[in-house]
Each structure stands twice: as C-alpha cells, then as structure tokens.
Ligand binder design. Structure first.
Ligand SMILES: CC(C)(COP(=O)(O)OP(=O)(O)OC[C@H]1O[C@@H](n2cnc3c(N)ncnc32)[C@H](O)[C@@H]1OP(=O)(O)O)[C@@H](O)C(=O)NCCC(=O)NCCS
Length: 180
C-alpha cells in the first residue's frame, strides 16, 4: 500500500512549512488553470499560509476543519470548513474550499476528503453543512449531489471573472436528517 492515499485532519501542530508550501503550490496551479476557487489570480504563499493557519487554529475549538490528502510526502488535495461566526448560525458550518491536484482528479480523492469533512462536522454536532460554487463547475456539482447536498438557491451571473459572469449555486446538507 505504498501508493495509498491517506486522508488526514490537519492538527495545529501539523501546520509545518512544507504542508503550507505544497498547499500554496497546489492552489496556485489550479487557479492558474482557471479553477473556480474564488481567486481571479493565484494566491500568494503568504496568503495561503495565513488562511490555513486560521482554519487549523479554529479546529482546536471545533470551529474549523482542514483535511489533507497525502500520498507518501506529496500533497494531492486539501479541503476545509469553518463554523459560521454569527451566533444564530453557530450550529452550522460552511465548506469553503476543496481542491485536488490536476493530475490526481477523478480518482475519488475529492469524495474521500468530503467524507472526512462531513465526519468532522458530525463529530462537532454540526446541524447543517453549506457550500456554494460556480454554476459551470459540473464535476463539483456531481460530487456534492452524490453526497446528498440539496441545491437551495442560485444567484444568476453573480461570480465575476474578468468580463465573464457565472451563476452562483448554493447547496446544503442537513445532518439532522440522518447519515449521508
Ligand atoms: C471538484 C474536485 C474537488 C473533485 O475532486 P475529484 O477528486 O476530482 O473528484 P472524485 O474523483 O472524488 O469524483 C467525485 C465525483 O465527481 C465526478 N467526476 C469525477 N471525475 C469526473 C470527470 N472526469 N468528469 C466529470 N465528472 C467527474 C463524478 O460524479 C464523481 O463521482 P462518481 O464517479 O461516483 O459519479 C476536483 O475536481 C477539483 O479540485 N477541481 C478544481 C477545484 C474546484 O473546482 N473545487 C471545487 C470548488 S467548489
């Protein structure tokens, strides 16, 4: 099982520089290829480091979860959720990003990371998991719907990428309705 992919939750002590550098390189490559991850140009390594540190620090209080997909010492993917800060929304979390390296896509790594993110949400007694995405991201739509996420809204032509406009889709999974 030397080449097995391992899905782990990143702990505060784990956020070593190598992880952060690999995460930045992965996200930069995806964004440079046009991935719908919220950036219009590749994020700096410092921005990614600060973002991921914030999620991992929140995880010690159950308010965040960062998962990583490793194959030996190579990072193949990452994803995270954070808990809503608004007190009336605090039972709920939002999956903000999930990303798999281009050469590793279509091998169920995204699905495995989503299962881990959802298990972490259940472990922290989360009630509803939300996410949103760009309307042309058909692979992500298929992944989320296969896990039971239901579309609850759409903002037409909301996502701005240069002169282009894309629909923004809103999805939710109610964990109170039983296991997905
Ligand atoms: C979206 C993403 C995270 C999915 O991860 P992945 O590891 O490639 O996906 P998986 O292999 O786990 O496949 C999950 C589902 O996606 C769909 N899928 C996978 N490969 C596909 C392909 N080549 N074409 C179309 N759909 C595909 C399938 O529905 C699959 O489930 P099924 O085979 O049981 O039907 C990944 O493609 C990615 O990082 N994309 C770029 C960044 C991004 O768009 N992130 C999401 C932002 S909301």
């Amino acid at each position: 099982m030397q080449n097995a992919v391992e899905i782990v939750r990143v702990r505060p002590d784990d956020l070593i520089e190598d992880f952060s550098a690999q995460a930045a390189a992965l996200l930069q490559e995806l964004v440079a290829r046009g991935a719908a991850l919220g950036w219009t140009c590749p994020p700096s390594a410092a921005e990614v480091n600060s973002l991921l540190r914030g999620v991992v620090e929140a995880s010690s209080e159950g308010d965040g979860c960062l998962v990583a997909a490793w194959q030996r010492s190579k990072l193949l993917g990452l994803g995270y959720w954070t808990r809503y800060a608004r007190p009336t929304h605090s039972p709920h979390v939002d999956i903000e990003k999930i990303a798999v390296a281009p050469e590793s896509q279509g091998q169920r790594i995204g699905q495995l990371m989503m299962h881990e993110l959802l298990q972490a949400a259940r472990d922290t007694r989360t009630e509803v998991v939300t996410l949103d995405l760009r309307g042309d991201n058909t692979r992500a739509i298929a992944l989320y719907e296969s896990l039971g996420f239901q579309r609850y809204g759409m903002l037409p032509r909301f996502v701005a990428f240069g002169e282009n406009r894309y629909d923004k889709l809103f999805y939710a999974l109610d964990l109170r309705e039983g296991p997905a």
